[in-house]
Design a protein around this ligand. Structure first.
Ligand SMILES: [Zn+2]
Length: 81
């Protein structure tokens, strides 16, 4: 059996990431956790929450603030101020 995977959308790389559930995420850029047991489900969750936005500059100001403030679980880059 493969290791359990969790999915995240990365707004720095503009794509989905797969992280092993038992390891530290390898991407140190800016991403948010997605819900879903498969990549297809995770992409549905991403589309419902963020629409077509791929990169950070395509998010609304409120979405960016929510990520920076930790209201949307994920990882934010330190330098984005
Ligand atoms: Zn990334």
């Amino acid at each position: 059996m493969p290791t359990d995977l969790r999915f995240a959308w990365c707004f720095s790389h503009g794509g989905i990431h797969r992280f092993a559930a038992d390891r530290d995420p390898w991407c140190t850029a800016s991403w948010v956790w997605l819900d879903g047991a498969s990549e297809a489900e995770a992409l549905v969750d991403k589309a419902q929450r963020f629409g077509d936005a791929r990169f950070e500059d395509q998010l609304t100001m409120n979405q960016r603030l929510a990520i920076i403030n930790g209201e949307i679980p994920g990882r934010k880059t330190e330098e984005s101020a």
